[in-house]
Write a protein that binds this ligand. Sequence first.
Ligand code: ADP
Ligand code: MG
Length: 273
Amino acid sequence: ASTQTAATGTAATGTTPDASTRGLVEIRGVSKSYSGHEVLHDVNLTVQPGEVVAILGPSGSGKSTLLRTINHLESVDRGWVTVDGQLIGYEQRGERLFELKEKEILKRRTQVGVVFQNFNLFPHLTAAENIAEAPVALKRVSKSDGRELALGLLARVGLGDKADAYPRQLSGGQQQRVAIARALALAPKVLLFDEPTSALDPELVGEVLDVIRDLATLGTTLIIVTHEIGFAREVADRIVFIDGGQVLETGTPAQVFGSPTHPRTKEFLGKVL
Ligand code: ADP
Ligand code: MG
């Protein structure tokens, strides 16, 4: 995958990461505009190892943009993101951040797995080939070890018998499970999900949520944008509510669903619950 951003070269920043940067994922002071329209405003979020964070918010509130800054599919105008203490997309020179070269961006991005709404599998590759593609291309494993890795991951998502199926031969739920296996193939430190069940027929949602639930139970660090409120309530350690490009409220599911403090959170939950 290539970055779909216009390289900005630099991100204006007041503060830069230091030893106090503790969380597995740190998002600090991130702002982002599209042609003068600010879609992220001074977003701060710290995600601890093993934490499951669900991001909720109305359509157009900036959820996808925020998620995409975490692996630098989007550049930022201000602020920075680190994963395990390493800046994503940028390097620090003095007080300034400079966008990294494509090759280095790709390398750092391997720390972060992403699962999109529309699966985005390679149509001309089998399930196993989709999963083995990145580890083999990055020369982490041989072709035969890549297949072994893929078979193991397919078994984990309940698709041990679909290794040689092409995406068109799989249901949407199965394709999304392959996409999750593919996202796990580089052993990322954190997995991002952007509305992973929104494109699925209702009867296929459960099988995908089951896989995500398993990952959560195993202690995988997850950041999930979702409209599945019941699921968020059940699996998330923390809920983050975003509106107008700002984090308006964050807390445990009990706090946010039980006694939301921000009027916009109340309004949103009133519509979806
Ligand atoms: P959400 O995922 O919460 O629905 P998005 O992050 O997709 O919201 O979008 C937030 C805002 O940014 C929206 O107003 C959207 O139209 C705008 N936006 C998103 N991507 C782009 C882009 N590539 N160019 C211009 N505007 C964009
Ligand atoms: Mg979105």
